[in-house]
Design a protein around this ligand. Structure first.
Ligand code: AMP
Length: 573
């Protein structure tokens, strides 16, 4: 079999092919693609017949996924963001970790395990997977919302606590060495905290200057390849350096690397370069988790699995919900953060492996942690959907994703249609606008806002379809009516009342989504005037073919203005 000769290629190939197949299937039946990736992992794992991939390799590939994911998360997160959530995320996460760990310890006590085993088990059940959390927030387009920032700040605090816990656990005393002295314990703890603090200080003082400089330099070479390479080198280099020099996890190292870059003007380009590789490796993360799952535990110890799952999903979420509410945050924020924390992942596996290796945790414990993790990751998209649906219900009419007149900006998640991939339950319909003879603008960014302001100044009724919070707020401020959501979503588009509209301006830069909007609009309204934006000749063809009356290519217009200017100048001279 070729896989013996090339296990790395075998796992990447088999994993990607199966993840793609199951991801498609999951999309088709409208559940999160994560579920498809996990199933792919179970299939290539050792507990199901057929091809078995190399777990050790899968784990390392997964680590790369963790690094790239956290790097990209850091790119969305500035230091100011981290500081802005410190009053919620820091006390909240510490309170939740304490409550959840105690719940896990209580369960361990019921299983007849000792305190050491209970502590490892409890901590493992308390700590959410950063990968799953950031992935879910992305899927729901919440990563840049306030509640998204609290959730990310929360797992960063959890991760930092885990870094310290991983150092402390060996000192709990194994059967061979007996308990470690307090002096030893405090020295080890002191060194760990000093190392973490040194890393953070170096990143915030030196890294903040040097890293953007490196990227800037790479950008100035004019080589896209070198720029891309610089992004990966920074992400992986800092993560690896942080882990080997300072004992900080890969995840934290990469997060800080991304965060110091977020302040650079090149961060947007860096994000674009990091995304494709991040997505590919994040898939490998879920495959490697799936591979660990032994379905036999479900049959052998069903009640223990259910109790473990209850602590993870119920305990963590409830503790987080209560903590956030006590800290004065709104109910929707508390619900979203709570839902995002109702699962466990990478750190729990590390803790479990560590605990078993030290003889602290019975091997049973690891099986339960794995089963709990995989089931909680499977359940998480549903938990999110229930929470979003709950929020939909508490909103006053005319509906959650409804057209909202100019006024204070509601939290995006309460009004935005969840993306199709995450829509496991049907959402309530969006109220259709009452405007007539209006102009519909898809997107209110650089292009849409210029257009919108012009139309509004002429006294035209304008309806904007937007999904980004800041752009929604800007459109409302300018006096437009806004439907929040993805315009390619048939429900959102229907809310624009296209039969009564004068023009449809599709100002979004992404031709694939623009094409979906135009195709739907044209199919339903053969006479509507549709104007679209493009950046390439092929896009002009594509959008025109799908039904745009006029497709304006930005680059062509820029060239035109430049030529006009040059001609005028020559005529004058
Ligand atoms: P710009 O490229 O600066 O003109 O910005 C484009 C705007 O379109 C941004 O504000 C995006 O949030 C928005 N946008 C992009 N895709 C969609 C979509 N499918 N539905 C609604 N708004 C979108």
């Amino acid at each position: 079999m070729p896989e013996h000769g090339a296990p790395l290629i075998a796992i990447i190939a088999a994993g990607m092919v199966l993840a793609f197949a199951f991801g498609l299937l999951a999309h088709r039946i409208r559940v999160s693609p994560l579920i498809g990736y996990l199933l792919a992992g179970i299939l290539v794992g050792p507990f199901t017949p057929g091809f078995v991939a190399d777990q050790a390799l899968a784990d390392q590939l997964a680590e790369i996924g963790v690094i790239l994911l956290l790097f990209a998360t850091g790119l969305h997160f500035s230091l100011a963001d981290l500081i802005s959530v410190k009053n919620t995320a820091l006390p909240g996460a510490l309170a939740q970790l304490t409550i959840s760990t105690l719940l896990g310890m209580a369960l361990a006590w019921c299983f007849g395990w000792n305190v050491g085993a209970g502590l490892v088990f409890g901590l493992a059940l308390a700590c959410a997977s950063t990968v799953v959390l950031t992935r879910s927030l992305q899927e729901h387009r919440l990563i840049e919302s306030d509640r998204g920032r609290i959730a990310v700040g929360w797992v960063i605090v959890q991760d930092l606590v885990m870094v310290v816990a991983l150092v402390l656990i060996p000192t709990l005393g194994t059967s061979a060495d007996g308990p470690t002295s307090w002096a030893q314990l405090s020295t080890t703890l002191g060194i760990t905290i000093a190392k973490v603090a040194a890393f953070v200080a170096i990143m915030l003082v030196g890294g903040r200057r040097i890293i953007p400089l490196i990227l800037h330099y790479a950008a100035h070479t004019g080589s896209r390849e070198l720029f891309r390479l610089a992004v990966y080198a920074i992400a992986l280099g800092v993560a690896y350096g942080a882990a080997s020099l300072f004992g900080v996890s890969f995840a934290i190292g990469a997060f800080f690397a991304g965060m110091v870059l977020a302040e650079s003007p090149l961060s947007q380009r860096a994000t674009e370069e990091a995304l494709p590789l991040r997505d590919a490796f994040a898939v490998l993360f879920f495959i490697s988790v799936g591979m660990l799952f032994n379905p036999a535990v479900l049959i052998d110890r069903p009640w223990a699995v259910i109790a473990t799952l209850a602590v993870i999903v119920g305990g963590n979420s409830f503790a987080a919900f209560a903590a956030i509410r006590l800290l004065g945050q709104s109910r929707p924020t508390a619900l979203t953060v709570a839902a995002s924390l109702g699962q466990i992942g990478e750190f729990s596996f590390i803790l479990a492996g560590f605990g078993v290796g030290l003889g602290l945790l019975p091997p049973d414990g690891r099986d339960l942690i794995l089963a709990g993790s995989i089931l909680s990751i499977l359940l998480n998209p549903f938990l999110f959907a229930v929470v979003e649906r709950g929020q939909v219900r508490v909103l006053p009419r005319p509906g959650p994703m409804a057209r909202t007149p100019a006024g204070p900006m509601p939290d995006k998640a309460t009004v935005a249609a969840p993306p199709r991939a995450s829509r496991v339950v049907p959402t309530e319909s969006v109220a259709v606008t009452t405007l007539t003879a209006h102009d519909v603008l898809v997107g209110y960014g650089r292009v849409g806002s210029l257009l919108g302001r012009r139309l509004l100044s002429e006294g035209r009724p304008v309806l904007v379809l937007e999904e980004r919070e800041a752009a929604v707020a800007a459109a409302r401020k300018d006096g437009a009516e806004v439907v929040v959501g993805n315009a390619a979503d048939p429900e959102v588009l229907a809310a624009a009342n296209l039969p009564a509209a004068r023009h449809l301006f599709v100002t979004i830069p992404e031709a694939f989504e623009a094409g979906q909007v135009i195709q739907q609009a044209r199919a339903a309204h053969p006479d509507l005037s549709i104007v679209a934006r493009a950046h390439r000749d092929a896009e002009v063809d594509h959008l025109t073919r799908l039904g745009a009356d006029l497709t304006v290519m930005g680059e062509r217009e820029i060239a035109q203005r430049m030529i006009e200017h040059a001609q005028r100048r020559s005529e004058r001279d």
